[in-house]
Write a protein that binds this ligand. Structure first.
Ligand code: BGC
Length: 739
């Protein structure tokens, strides 16, 4: 056979399909595969204009800029996020986009993460739920969602090479958990692999990850595409389960050659082509005619309103415009909003109303609104002086502070949590006037507030709120909207309190996840570290009571948790009721409690709702390192219900069934392990006779010591035990178990 026989051509043809046609399209195959268009992004379509530069950042077709993930996560409202996803899907269809590159869903391991604005939470449960809702929404329109970046991509520093080094339990429970939820519950048609390495293996070439965990264990049947430029070795990646290299590097012949010379079995190539075919079948190919931009702006506004987290309020909010004569709006972010983050997710919005304009529109002529930028390019001192003059004659100062674009973005991490010094000086000068001050923050990653938050009357976390953020903020400040966001990440007092402080972002090509499971509140709450604002926190303009917690075991090892939430205040509002599972024992190797369910309820004054959530047995499981499996040990657990990880209102203990798993015994199993085994324990008792009991009486410390000794070591103790005996005992114990 020559190089040009049809069979050879067909391998080359198929190999051609395993990388893009260009930066934003897949290859087509006549009659079988249509050309698909891919586009960022997670909170708005960033479709590059024809003929633009390869990345097209900043030059894309206008699209609704919804709140980025940091804000959407703070809504804790899956139904709303689903609608945002559907609107994104609709816009994608109208722009001829078949595959949307989002949601971003890596865990916020450190508040310094440069891309935290694109991610949902420090907690895998809320991440998994919000991301699933987003995937559902996008795919409901016939557009493929692409959760990213799979996996353990928790920093920007050295992101294309760094090896995230972590143990399997931390990997499973914290960093893969949300992806598992999304894959199992929302069934995305595509997934994007990460740039980084995990314990030395490139995520984009890790067979154990892309095939073992993702496809075999979780049943993923979509395509895996690389992050842009993440592939180092085409053949290794395809073999590992990566279907599509993006953008193309012009190396498809490496795949074809590997198949031809037998280094890569043809079945791998065929499986990839089959998956690409399935993707093309799943997505809706025909382009739709436009979308209702006003309706989408309204969804963006609703989402932005629910994203705003009221951190602190001495009662000044909501502002009553009829009782104020003059309102001073200070800070450049009020006039030039920072509403999204930098990098590949950047959208050109369809419209944008700065908060200052929205405030003026809300107030109409009920009060005078004055403005001073307070900081910016001009001289610092004169800007501050002008701001102070503006504030002095006002009844209230609304000070818009935050992180400038250059302080956080995709591509690099922050090195501190501070607001720019000029802004802190401005704030101090404003609060020193004695005029009540409300601070509104615009930031993608959390900033430190501990030095100044007690000096202000109210503090509003406005994140990056998308194109309707200005209107949403005016709604919340003046009470036409109610704040209902909650923190999905802790605001620490200081950087050195953060659990990854000593290891983030690592060096010499490695970052060691030394804090293990203790990420975010799992650390602060377990170690009792004081924080500025805890995970789950957010105030409203009303108050809520929790009553009548009931917990009942259900079939399959889970339990049903029900309780009543009552609006005890005078205004309508939404509560995010959070259910945590804690341990009744004193184990220090596990977080003191972990979020396992939540529900957002909207209640009128005096109204109450009975809430019910079923926690599956997995809510009580931990990853068992010695047996590579999820393991539920029977015993007492605490069920805690409340308004934040530090505001637990009700709790009760429940006895959870174990999953019945019994460890296999080996000659190297310890005496303690033998004793715990249903069959092995009896055999040991017979063998040792009264030895254990006698020792326990005479010298309890000796028993403690003996418990840790592998049984095989006792063969040299002169008690008649031989290696053969021990081997037979282990085989019998294990055999009996399987009967
Ligand atoms: C980012 C991805 C993005 C891709 C395409 C990469 O640099 O990490 O999130 O989807 O570029 O713009």
């Amino acid at each position: 056979m020559t190089e040009n026989t049809p069979e050879m051509d067909s391998v080359a043809d198929r190999a051609r399909l395993t990388s893009g046609a260009d930066t934003w399209h897949t290859e087509e195959a006549a009659g079988t595969l249509p050309r698909l268009m891919l586009s960022d992004g997670p909170h708005g379509i960033r479709q590059q204009r024809e003929g633009g530069d390869a990345l097209g950042i900043g030059d894309s077709v206008p699209a609704t800029c919804f709140p980025p993930a940091v804000a959407l996560g703070s809504t804790w409202n899956c139904e709303l996020v689903q609608r945002v996803g559907a609107a994104l899907g609709e816009e994608a269809r109208a722009q001829g986009v078949h595959v949307l590159l989002g949601p971003g869903m890596n865990i916020k391991r450190s508040p310094l993460g440069g891309r935290n604005f694109e991610y949902i939470s420090e907690d895998p449960h809320v991440t998994g739920e919000i991301a699933s809702a987003m995937v559902d929404g996008i795919q409901s329109q016939g557009v493929a969602a692409t959760p990213k970046h799979f996996a353990v991509n928790n920093q920007e520093s050295d992101r294309m090479r760094v090896s995230a080094d972590l143990d399997e339990q931390t990997l499973r429970e914290i960093y893969l958990n949300a992806f598992e939820t999304v894959v199992r519950d929302a069934r995305p048609w595509a997934l994007m692999s990460a740039y980084n390495r995990i314990n030395g293996d490139f995520a984009s070439a890790a067979d154990w990850l892309l095939t073992g965990v993702l496809r075999r264990e979780w049943g993923f049947d979509g395509i895996v595409m690389s992050d842009w430029g993440a592939v180092a070795d085409r053949v290794a990646s395809l073999h590992a389960g990566l279907d599509l290299e993006m953008p193309p590097s012009g190396t498809d012949d490496q795949i074809a050659d590997a198949v031809r010379d037998g280094a890569l079995e043809e079945s791998f190539l065929d499986a990839t082509v089959e998956r690409l075919r399935l993707l093309a079948e799943r997505v809706a190919l025909e382009r739709t005619q436009g979308y209702d931009a006003d309706a989408h702006h309204a969804i963006a506004r609703e989402a932005a309103t629910e994203s705003i987290v009221l951190l602190r309020n001495d009662g000044i909010l909501p502002l009553d415009a009829d009782r104020l004569e003059r309102i001073a709006v200070i800070g450049e972010f009020a006039a030039v909003p920072r509403f999204q983050g930098g990098g590949s997710s950047r959208v050109v919005p369809t419209r944008l109303t700065p908060a200052l304009d929205a405030i003026r529109a809300t107030i109409a002529d009920r009060a005078e609104v004055t403005y001073a930028p307070g900081f910016g390019a001009e001289g610092e001192d004169s800007l501050i002086a002008a701001a102070v003059e503006t504030v002095r004659v006002a009844d209230v100062a609304l000070v818009f502070l935050g992180l400038p674009d250059h302080a956080e973005s995709e591509g690099f991490d922050r090195t501190d949590l501070d607001l720019p010094f000029a802004q802190l000086r401005l704030l101090q000068a404003v609060t020193e006037t004695g005029v009540p001050t409300v601070v509104v923050l615009s930031n993608g990653g959390v900033v430190s507030v501990s030095d100044w938050h007690q000096s202000v009357a109210a503090l509003v976390e406005g994140w990056l709120l998308g194109q309707a953020g200005g209107e949403a903020m005016a709604d919340v400040l003046f009470g036409t909207g109610a704040p209902s966001g909650r923190l999905t990440e802790t605001i620490p007092l200081q950087l050195s309190d953060t659990p990854s402080y000593r290891t983030f972002p690592g060096g010499a090509g490695h970052v060691r996840y030394g804090e293990g499971l203790f990420v975010g509140y799992r650390h602060y709450d377990s170690a009792d570290v004081e924080v500025a604002y805890p995970f789950g926190h957010g105030l409203t303009y009303t108050s809520f009571a929790y009553e009548d917690l009931e917990v009942a075991r259900v079939e399959g090892g889970g339990c049903r948790v029900s309780f009543t939430v009552r609006n005890t205040g005078e205004r309508a509002g939404s509560e995010v009721a959070q259910v945590y599972v804690g341990r009744d024992d004193a184990r220090k190797d596990r977080p003191i409690h972990e979020l396992r369910a939540f529900v957002k309820v909207h209640l009128k004054p005096g109204e109450s709702a009975r809430v019910e959530r079923v926690l599956p047995s997995r809510a009580f499981a931990e990853w068992d390192l010695s047996h590579d499996r999820w393991n539920v040990t029977g015993g007492a657990r605490l069920i805690e219900v409340g308004g934040s990880s530090r505001d637990i209102r009700l709790s009760t203990s429940v006895d959870v069934e174990g999953d019945g798993f019994v460890n296999e015994l080996s000659p190297w199993s310890t005496i303690a392990e033998w004793r715990a085994h249903p069959v092995g324990g009896e055999m040991l008792t017979k063998l040792m006779g009264g030895f254990g009991a006698g020792v326990a009486d005479r010298a309890p410390e000796l028993l403690q010591m003996v418990l840790q000794i592998p049984l095989i070591k006792l063969t040299s103790w002169g008690i008649g035990l031989t290696v053969e005996n021990v081997e037979v005992m282990a085989a019998t114990a294990n055999g009996d178990r399987s009967e």
